[in-house]
Design a protein around this ligand. Structure first.
Ligand SMILES: [Zn+2]
Ligand SMILES: [Zn+2]
Length: 347
């Protein structure tokens, strides 16, 4: 099959022929019809993820058709339209037993722990735990955005963030996760303040329901701007970008007893990130992490998509071929682009 491969971190990524994957007894091989290009892929390529072994094929936001199922798989058969959460759970550990597959203790992640979906085919583990049926009327390009960004934002806003109608919600970073969070929070009846350094990203956020936009490149203190716009601070704030500055600003945006949800990855040399913990203490803030969403939690989100309340299709701003993927991956250096780019490996 053809796949995007890199042999060293930050080195050239190229499309070349590699062996087709084989399914594990509990897994499947999926023919990849669409796969999103995500900042996490860029982090992996740059060597920020210790799970990655070289050479490597990135890609973790995929949708496609089951090509082959392992002998132990009972819930999937060739021809099924499927997607997966980017965290593929084992189904057996204590976290999985508690229904918390998104923090599975033996999780695998396509594009990180093994070769991913910037390829014609991808192997997925524990298919009966992780496969989600893609509705017949949903395009593969739309479904590809669900597994990482949209589902991650949904859990962060709805389940971890406990958004409520009428609340103020600030969203730092309006890439794929952030724009999804803006849309989901607005659909829940919250008043959303979007923060980004890109005017184009803020335009998209406005289109997805943001009541106010803060241009963080303007030089002012964005947290102060959010507190002013919201009459004292947000009830819920998300760092959807993942940087020390945006994490601290998100916490700094909250009113008393507000909730911060960290949803953007925060790589750092020593694995720690400074946050204003004294403010969390004095204002009784909640500091929460959010890590993907389990397959069993998809139906509630998909029902809102079916009803037209949520429109993940609107997030997809461009589609590209596999051959264009290496250059697009390299172009994610620096600030994330506005909207979501989806690769169609067979195009
Ligand atoms: Zn992703
Ligand atoms: Zn598990």
């Amino acid at each position: 099959m053809r796949a995007v491969v890199f042999d060293r971190y930050g080195g050239p990524a190229e499309v070349r022929e590699v062996p087709d994957p084989r399914p594990a007894p509990h897994g499947v091989v999926v023919r990849v019809e669409a796969t999103g290009l995500c900042r996490s892929d860029w982090h992996g390529w740059m060597g920020h993820d210790p799970d990655i072994a070289l050479p490597h094929v990135p890609g973790h936001e995929l949708a496609g058709v089951v090509e082959e199922a392992g002998a132990e798989v009972t819930g999937a058969r060739p021809g099924d339209r499927v997607t997966v959460p980017f965290v593929c759970a084992c189904g057996r550990c204590p976290s999985c037993a508690a229904g918390d597959q998104q923090v599975c203790e033996r999780q695998t992640q396509p594009g990180f722990t093994h070769w991913g979906s910037f390829a014609h085919y991808v192997a997925l583990d524990h298919a009966d735990v992780n496969l989600v049926t893609v509705p017949d009327d949903m395009a593969y390009t739309t479904a590809a955005a669900l597994g990482c960004r949209f589902a991650t934002a949904f859990r962060a806003v709805v389940q971890r963030g406990r958004v409520a109608a009428g609340e103020w919600v600030s969203v730092y970073g309006c890439g794929g996760v952030g724009l999804s969070a803006v849309m989901i929070a607005a659909a829940a009846g919250a008043r959303v303040v979007a923060v980004d350094v890109s005017p184009r990203a803020l335009d998209l956020a406005r289109g997805f329901g943001a009541a106010h936009c803060v241009d963080a490149a303007a030089g002012d203190d964005p947290a102060a701007a959010v507190r002013e716009l919201t009459g004292g601070g947000s009830h819920l704030s998300l760092d959807a970008l993942g940087s020390p500055a945006t994490a601290a600003a998100s916490v700094g945006s909250l009113r008393r007893r507000g909730r911060h949800v960290q949803v953007g990855l925060l790589p750092s040399p020593d694995g720690t990130t400074p946050v204003p913990l004294a403010r969390a203490l004095a204002l009784e803030l909640e500091l929460l992490g959010s890590h993907g969403m389990a397959a069993h939690a998809y139906p509630g989100m998909l029902e809102l998509v079916r009803a037209g309340t949520l429109r993940p299709d609107l997030l997809v701003t461009s589609t590209i071929t596999l051959d264009a993927a290496p250059r697009a991956l390299a172009a994610m250096d620096g600030a994330p682009g506005a909207g979501v780019t989806v690769i169609e490996p067979w195009a």
